[in-house]
Design a protein around this ligand. Structure first.
Ligand code: KIV
Ligand code: NA
Length: 271
């Protein structure tokens, strides 16, 4: 079935009201995000956030398909996007097409996202021409952490020209939108003004056409990961810790379960 929001609808929102995006990895969280956001991203951040991997490099097609299916099931009005995992698209446009088509066919998502600028332009054009809408992702590209040398800001000084060239290349290749990650705010403003496709920022300042965050980060589900660009809108990790501590104390004190959580041996007699 055709979804209510498709990549051309997102493209048409360039310069309009800011696009709101969060990640999700499960059906219940996708439902929460769907109620308030324009797009829901099944990020390969799932590897670090949900599976405890040290980086996104160990994320597999199977993981993206399983979490993608769960998220698409929980998404009605927002548009789902699935990240292509490391190693599934970089080799050739053909390899990228095979895996992108599999992600879309097996999850029902109407598009994919992949990392890379000028060097991925040929692949983005190949996919777009064959029914696979692509959201690009430039600036800090976490799958390239080992060549970038860490999760640093990308685009200061001489690097700014490369980020601009990457943005222009993915636009020319047919990407319907582009994520700018950890790009200085002045540069992301110039990129946003220059492009005719929406820019979605994460750690890229307020001038992008939209914003994305990892949902677990903004809900405060971690205590140890606090990057500067994440605003915590809740402290769910603290709330969960307190709830689990209270449960453990209740069980140890035989205060749980109480009578109301237990089943009597005889059903009460109705009068
Ligand atoms: O994997 C992810 O969550 C992402 C966003 C942070 C853009 O790529
Ligand atoms: Na990602």
């Amino acid at each position: 079935p055709v979804r209510p929001v498709l990549p051309p609808d997102i493209l048409a929102r360039k310069g309009g009201a800011p696009l709101v995006v969060l990640t999700a990895y499960s059906t219940p969280v996708a439902r929460l995000v769907d109620a308030h956001c324009d797009m829901v991203l099944v990020g390969d951040s799932v590897g670090m956030v949900i599976h405890g991997l040290p980086s996104t490099l160990g994320v597999t097609m199977e993981m993206m398909i399983l979490h993608g299916q769960a998220v698409v099931r929980g998404t009605q009005k927002a548009m789902p996007i699935i990240d292509m995992p490391f190693g599934s698209y970089e080799e050739s446009p053909q390899q990228a097409y095979r895996n992108a088509a599999r992600l879309m066919a097996e999850t029902g998502a109407p598009c994919v996202k992949l990392e890379g600028g000028q060097h991925m332009a040929e692949t983005i054009a190949f996919l777009t021409a064959r029914g696979v809408p692509v959201m690009a992702h430039i600036g800090l590209t976490p799958q390239a952490v080992n060549t970038l040398g860490g999760y640093k800001v990308v685009g200061r000084a001489a690097e700014a020209e490369k980020v601009m060239a990457d943005a222009l290349a993915v636009e020319a290749a047919g990407a319907f939108s582009v994520v700018l990650e950890k790009v200085p705010e002045g540069l992301s403003r110039r990129v946003t003004e220059r492009l005719s496709i929406p820019t979605i920022g994460i750690g890229a300042g307020v001038h992008c056409d939209g914003q994305v965050l990892v949902v677990d980060d903004m809900l405060g589900l971690f205590t140890d990961f606090r990057p500067k660009f994440v605003k915590r809108y809740a402290e769910l990790g603290k709330a969960a810790d307190e709830a689990i501590a209270a449960y453990a104390a209740d069980v140890r004190a035989r205060a749980f379960p109480a009578a109301e959580h237990s089943f009597p041996d005889e059903l009460p007699v109705k009068k």
